[in-house]
Design a protein around this ligand. Sequence first.
Ligand SMILES: Cc1cc2nc3c(=O)[nH]c(=O)nc-3n(C[C@H](O)[C@H](O)[C@H](O)COP(=O)(O)OP(=O)(O)OC[C@H]3O[C@@H](n4cnc5c(N)ncnc54)[C@H](O)[C@@H]3O)c2cc1C
Length: 484
Amino acid sequence: MRNMPNHIVVIGGGITGLTAAYELNKRAARENRPLRVTLIEREPRLGGAVRTLRQDGFVIEQGPDSFLSRKPETLLLARELGLEEQLVGLNPDAARSYMYRNGRLQPLPEGLSMGIPTRVLPFLGTGLLSYRAKARAALDLVLPRRTALGDEPLGGLIGRRMGREVADGLVGPILAGIYAGDVHKLSTAATFPQLLSLESRHRSLILGMLASKRMPKSPVHGRTGPELPPRLRGSLFLTFSSGLGALVERLTEELVCQGTVIRQETSASAISPAGESGSAYRVTLSDGAELHADAVILAVPAHTAAMLLKGRSRSLNRCLASIQGVSVANVALGLDGRRLRAPLRGSGFVAPRGSGLRITACTWTSVKWPHTAPPGKLLLRAYLGHAGDEIHCGHGDDALTAAVLEDLGRILGEELRPDFSVVSRHPAAMPQYECGHLERLHGMESELLAQWPNVVLAGKSYRGTGMPDCIRQGMDAAEKIRLR
Ligand SMILES: Cc1cc2nc3c(=O)[nH]c(=O)nc-3n(C[C@H](O)[C@H](O)[C@H](O)COP(=O)(O)OP(=O)(O)OC[C@H]3O[C@@H](n4cnc5c(N)ncnc54)[C@H](O)[C@@H]3O)c2cc1C
């Protein structure tokens, strides 16, 4: 047994699983251990939510369109994979964002940081809030800090410090919108933990945010990213000139070189103890095959992990299944720029709940990222669906496109006649980290260690949904596996 190479099965070929498989191979090479890695992916294509369509000079993202530059993991990976030259920053002329309110687009006040105002005049001048709401928000400067410890819903914290109107009308659409979530259910500790520490350290969110802006930036999660070339410094988000799919393609090439066996269009359907076979687990696949594994990385959504781990611990399964995913969709529209008379200001807008629109946001993609459309053309992308509204799932592509065109026509004041539209659906794709998420996760991880040693959970359902968070979890999962 000692000389047999470890066999690790990674289930799920999204960005988390791809990173985990890549890092496992790197680790084996570093530690000079023989290792076999098999990656199982249900779909015919790899990348999960990360999907880039390239057609007629357009770069159309069907899932994520960029990643936070402040979190180093994507940059570290991009550098290693030789993609650094392809990095692109935001168009600085499209820095402003808008919100649809009272039938028109209004600019978000300058100086918002995680939705918290850090500049007085733009906040006082915004038409997005009533005078009463602005006065209530100022109470944050004098209110005492919360004495209770622990997690709190995002809307609870903002509402308590700055008032309900700010929570529902400003911070909710901006912050909860990233998770397609409900601001009154999302866990602050799991989504924006910085807000909890601002209150505990500085009492006031506004004063704390001002103080933290003056502090030098420290490494995120203990990793320091590579120095960015000057042309990219100051860009909050980054992407690649040929789209985020480039990362998936390069990772796949590397995995093939490293000798990873990749099985696409194959689902894992169960994991069970392997009995006397010498390995720890038996992974059953949808084609009836069985793989013997020393360890398994579950880089699939939590509800799938619950299904795969059925049988050993009811509480673990219940907890995993309780992390719900909201279904979202988006519609990309390609247009001839000469046909649109209305100016496209800023980078796009968000639409709060109750705005009367069916879309939740729209990005003027080719204004924000000029490389995404050929000269003279425009690319827009509108988003549908959030917690409490998944109606779009029941509609066909033509109906979704028609709804988007109607909403945008109303906002821009003219009928849009796109050259093409691309509808992308992401069923149950946005995990909802409800209040208490991190505590439940801690319990699940202890239970997993006791009942399923050397099975590791990683990915969007657990410790962050953004691409850098998923890449970090893939890296960490590879380190957590115990090799013989
Ligand atoms: C529309 C949208 C926009 C987003 N925008 C951004 C953004 O701009 N910036 C950002 O940083 N993040 C963004 N995100 C979040 C980020 O893209 C995702 O959270 C991340 O890509 C998830 O990666 P993952 O590998 O954990 O999961 P997934 O991408 O969901 O991958 C899981 C994989 O597991 C496979 N699978 C499932 N069940 C099985 C099974 N039984 N057997 C085998 N395989 C299975 C699936 O087919 C899938 O490929 C966005 C997400 C969405 C949906």
